[in-house]
Design a protein around this ligand. Structure first.
Ligand code: UD1
Length: 422
């Protein structure tokens, strides 16, 4: 398995291009199942999770072609050869559940393996199931698979989510586009990825209103057609690189970044003492002199502070002045980076869903282990500011969600290298 070696201490100065959002693309690709015409996605990120989704779609008989620029995907579901999302793929990536709604809407039935546990918590799929039932589907769990059927087609309905779920909102939204009649989705997720999906579906001919608020109305149509859609910039990659100069000093312009994608997060960085400014091409983050101040963070659905930036924020707080309290409210087990950061000299006390970080003057390089996607990048960030050398092992997690991370950081002056496993 590859590892990444970082020698800390270099200030970062430069520009980093922000890729298309992984999480948006993972929902947009299954939307291609809703039509027999071609769906073209531009600005797609080059990540292993995207390849996994492509593999899943291909296993259903969908043609997925990547153009020469490596960022354009042509998805063509002219006919389906299978409606079964196999365990072998689903276990690698939970977002595979996002084929459930489109398959049901298109084919009238679907079989999707349950994803099983993952490192950051149990992550059940009951809300996805509930949403499909409200649209008239019957679901049954058998042999580790969700078997869903809607023989007469899906029918519009009212879906009142008891808690906010990004994925269940996406599944419900996609399924409702082809259901007969009107569907009202309440207490839905408001993430930019939902807005992006709704825009793409509308370009395909869907009738949707209210995306970006907590209630979405969908009027079902008979069929959807093809479209070309550009994937929204990745707000988590953006947030990650906005943090970097906070740890190292210096200034980084995130090209393609937009403040509204990370507003609550950018406010926190400013409270900590970073300067975040709009530029003609994106968003610039700078730290001039002195130590940052400790700030408290509570993760919440959008527009709150994203759980996917909590680990990176913790890395920043490790060397801030004072005590910072980070509360994780979305996933129950999302502090696995804490013990790794402690190996680098961080002072962190984890009690349930709360981590208390007491800032130290400087972290020290150490061998550490990446445990999940966002944890792995938080260790790289910490290493950039640490004294000496850090080796981050098991970085395959990183490749799921960050494209060309070494290249992007190196272009800003970081000393970072990938050691390929032989
Ligand atoms: C998506 C993102 C992930 C991000 C998360 C929260 C993708 C591919 N992934 O994941 O990066 O961390 O949103 O912003 O977009 N839940 C249930 N039952 C369900 C579904 C979810 O109880 O059926 C719970 C989850 O366990 C979690 C909470 O709801 O505690 C939110 O999860 P959800 O918004 O669904 O996350 P994902 O869509 O899986």
């Amino acid at each position: 398995m590859d590892s990444i070696v970082v020698r800390g201490g270099a200030e970062l100065h430069g520009r980093i291009p922000i890729a298309g959002a992984k999480n948006a693309c993972l929902a947009l690709m299954p939307a291609g199942l809703l039509t027999d015409d071609m769906l073209t996605l531009t600005n797609a990120p080059r990540l292993s999770d995207i390849s996994t989704m492509a593999a899943l779609l291909r296993s259903l008989g969908v043609a997925v072609e990547t153009r020469d620029d490596d960022q354009t995907l042509d998805i063509s579901a002219t006919s389906l050869t299978s409606t079964c999302a196999e365990y072998e793929i689903v276990r690698r990536m939970r977002a595979s559940i996002l084929v459930l709604g489109p398959l049901l809407a298109r084919a009238g039935h679907a079989e999707v393996s349950l994803p099983g546990g993952c490192a950051i918590g149990a992550r059940p799929v009951d809300l996805h199931q509930y949403a499909m039932e409200q649209l008239g589907a019957e679901l049954e769990l058998r042999d580790g698979y969700l078997h869903a059927r809607a023989p007469g087609g899906l029918t519009g309905g009212v879906i009142e989510f008891p808690m906010v779920s990004v994925g269940a909102t996406e599944n419900a939204l996609m399924a409702a586009t082809l259901a007969s009649g009107t569907s009202v989705l309440r207490n839905v997720a408001r993430e930019p990825e939902i807005v992006d999906l709704a825009r793409c579906l509308r370009a395909m001919g869907a009738r949707i209103e209210g995306e970006g608020t907590d209630e979405i109305t969908v009027e079902g149509v008979e069929r959807l057609g093809g479209a070309t859609h550009s994937v929204v910039p990745d707000r988590i990659e953006l947030g990650t690189y906005l943090i970097a100069p906070g740890i190292t000093g210096g200034s980084v312009e995130c090209v393609g970044g937009r403040r509204e994608l990370v507003a609550a997060f950018a406010d926190k960085l400013e409270e900590a003492g970073l300067s975040i400014e709009d530029t003609a091409d994106g968003l610039r983050s700078s730290r001039a002199n002195g130590r940052l101040r400790a700030v408290d963070v509570v993760t919440a659905p959008f527009p709150g502070f994203p759980t996917d930036l909590q680990a990176q924020m913790m890395a920043l707080m490790c060397t801030a002045d004072g005590v910072s309290v980070l509360e994780e409210r979305i996933f129950e087990n999302r502090f696995m980076h804490a013990p790794e950061l402690m190996r680098m000299g961080a002072r962190i006390d984890v009690q349930g869903g709360t981590a208390t970080v007491t800032g130290v003057a400087r972290l020290k390089g150490a061998p550490v282990m990446a445990t999940d996607l966002r944890a792995s990048v938080s260790l790289i960030l910490a290493a950039l500011g640490a004294e000496g050398e850090t080796t981050v092992a098991r970085v395959y997690h990183l490749d799921r969600g960050y494209e060309r991370v070494e290249e992007k950081l190196r272009a800003c002056g970081a000393w970072i290298e990938r050691v390929r496993a032989t």
